[in-house]
Ligand binder design. Sequence first.
Ligand code: MG
Length: 388
Amino acid sequence: MTPHLRRVTVLGASGSIGRQTLSLLAAYPHKYRLAGISVHRRTEALERCLVDFSPEWVAITDDQARSDFAARTRLSIPILSKEALYERLTTDPGDIVVNGIVGAEGFWASYYTLQHPTARLALANKESLVFGGRWLAPFRERIMPVDSEHSALFQCLHGEALESVEALILTASGGPFRGKKRPELEGIAPEEALAHPIWKMGSRITVDSATLVNKALELIEAYWLFGLSVHRLRVWVHPECIVHSLVLFRDGSMKAQLSLPDMRLPILYALAYPEREAFPEGRSDLARIGRLHFEEVDEETFPSLGFARQALAQGGSAPALFNAADEVAVEAFLSGKIHFLDIFTWIAWALAQPEAALDPADPFELAAIEKEFRRKLACNLGLPTYAG
Ligand code: MG
């Protein structure tokens, strides 16, 4: 093995971030080598992947899917369980771990990766920081944001002192319902919420960008990633999704990062950091685009950012329960159990529950509180089969 090859582990390899990361590894074989790969249950693309990249190990975290896969393939490399994966992340995760796992479960992969003394975490799983930011923040120097907004902020802050920052301004597309008021949102069907104008993403994050909960989670994510107080974090709606975020400095100067909305760019930046890799595709032709628009968020119609500020102010288990409430409520909305605007009602309800005022001592205790809370909420929402 050539010594300068960076060993990259891809977690959540069957998801959108995972697949795009693999496409980049395939495009830069002289720079990166796949160390390990994980999926939860979707093993369909895995065999092809093992042939193309020959990783050192593979993890399949769902027990049934793992035994099915092991029974139908003959592999000379280890097939790890979830526990064995966490062990591997702690001891030998490679140089960079790309966490593209979906949902709060992704926290644990981040947590164990950062237990390793040197591995860098390329973090696309924003729930890691929303769920357990205070246990990951001490390692923030090894966390490379892969969320496009946070990658933009990271790039703008490169070479700058945090003391000179007045505010971080996250941009939001505004989602498919930008400009609409509450009465127009009452009868929204799942299909309408799933039609995002710019980004193609998974269904939960697409609904989350329609409710602006995604931006609210990103506010919490930014809070832990950059260590600035919440009143220095702002959000502007920017429907073109070209400016991915901005930093306002105390001298009144601003820096912004601009590019086409393509998740491969923040992934590649995280892989190549502190260098920049040549990437021949897609240049944003600003002269042709002509105009970029920015506006304030309509927080009366979309109260999500207020919930994020409230959750951060409450601290303890509140941000994790905010996320859990949204995850369960979105599932209920997508299965036709509740209306679109009810998602906000249930998040507000979650933050008012007694368990949202608890202050767990470690992430294990928080996980137990969160699991029990999900069960309680799912019960209230009529999702009896919810196993979360
Ligand atoms: Mg984002």
